[in-house]
Design a protein around this ligand. Structure first.
Ligand code: KG4
Ligand code: ZN
Length: 337
């Protein structure tokens, strides 16, 4: 199914961002509205599922209305397709977006497309680079996932490696909490690291030389122990040393994966892809291996709905609309086992 000028409304409510966007023809972002719930969850040090669902309920309709108005869609018109993230994520949070999308699809008489949140993150990289030459290796690093994915043809993914315990964003968030830097931790550690010495402390690099899987629970504990034993250490040095160890492991494996796949390019995706050191070092790897590097802009790295609409455009072309009896799936995977 394809129609020129097709405007897809994307809806994202899988975690703590309530987002809606209008994307035309799969890559022209006409609007992208993200309402963050960070302030609501910050005092609990992490996302509280029940609070997230309630906030999505309150925020979603105004956010959608804003996305539609900003895209210049008149009040007597409507988007041509409605897409929503169906998983993975928090079930109560997902249900808010999925139910709203299905209702709009019925009322407007337009197709519904259910989108995998992880595939949406991959499309954030492709949104700005529609002519991306395959194969590419994507390092998908978010609060819930850490994976290396090979994309050899559009829409087909091969999982090369993933975390066996904590996601990398989770490690950033937990370390920041240990250090009293607040939530979410990634941006706080990123910022503080600029003033620190990355070689001050040598934190463990678990599984660095073992295959393409990752493990980040050990480093989180190592930082907590270090902070307890050495309270005199500069927080900036601790943050910079932690970030250095994480980025070193991520890129050591991404480099191996790119070589293994014979990749033409390397992409970053997911919230942690906003990290300054990771972005800088990915460019270094690209230069070293002669690979093209695709870094989504920072707003596209963290959860947003433009990436949902972009992924929906491609799913609609390949698979057609999603039946309305498909529900939210909190454990949805990118690649079937
Ligand atoms: O993709 P995302 O917005 O939500 C999930 O799907 O998980 O990712 C959120 C994660 C959080 O753990 C946050 O701390 C991390 O991305 N993050 C960062 C940075 N910005 C966000 N981590 C490191 N450096 C950053 N600049
Ligand atoms: Zn995400």
């Amino acid at each position: 199914m394809s129609a020129e000028g097709q405007r897809i409304l994307g809806i994202e409510t899988s975690c703590d961002e309530t987002a809606a966007a209008i994307v035309r023809d799969g890559n022209a972002v006409l609007s992208s509205v993200v309402s963050s719930q960070i302030d609501l969850h910050a005092r609990f040090g992490g996302v509280v599922p029940e609070i997230a669902s309630r906030a999505h309920e309150e925020l979603l309709i105004p956010v959608i209305a804003e996305a539609i108005a900003e895209a210049g869609i008149a009040s007597d018109e409507h988007p041509d397709v409605v897409a929503a993230t169906v998983g993975p994520g928090l079930v109560g949070a997902l249900l808010v977006g999925v139910s709203a999308a299905k209702a709009m699809s019925l009322v407007w008489g337009v197709p519904f497309v259910g989108v995998n949140h992880l595939e949406a993150h991959l499309y954030a990289a492709f949104l700005e680079e529609p002519e991306l030459e395959l194969p590419v290796v994507v390092l998908l690093v978010s609060g819930g996932h850490t994976m290396l994915v090979a994309v050899r043809e559009p829409g087909r993914y091969e999982l090369l490696g993933q975390t066996i315990d904590d996601a990398v964003g989770e490690a950033f968030d937990k370390v920041a909490r240990t250090m009293g830097l607040g939530y979410p931790g990634g941006p706080a550690i990123d910022e503080l690291s600029v003033k620190g010495d990355p070689s001050a402390i040598s934190f463990p690099r678990a599984m660095r030389n073992e295959g393409l899987d990752f493990s980040f629970s050990g480093i989180k504990t190592a930082v907590a122990n270090h902070v307890r034993k050495h309270p005199e250490d500069e927080p900036a040095d601790v943050a910079a040393s932690f970030q250095e160890a994480i980025v070193d492991v991520l890129l050591h494996k991404a480099r191996k994966a790119a070589e293994q796949v014979g990749a033409k390019g390397i992409c970053l995706a997911g919230g942690v892809a906003a990290n300054s050191l990771l972005r800088e070092r990915t460019c270094d790897v690209g230069i070293e291996l002669g690979l093209r590097v695709f870094l989504p802009n920072r707003a596209m790295c963290t959860d947003n709905a433009a990436m949902v609409a972009a992924a929906a455009y491609h799913r609609l072309l390949s698979d057609g609309p999603t039946p309305l009896n498909v529900g939210a799936d909190p454990g949805l995977r990118l690649v079937a086992d």
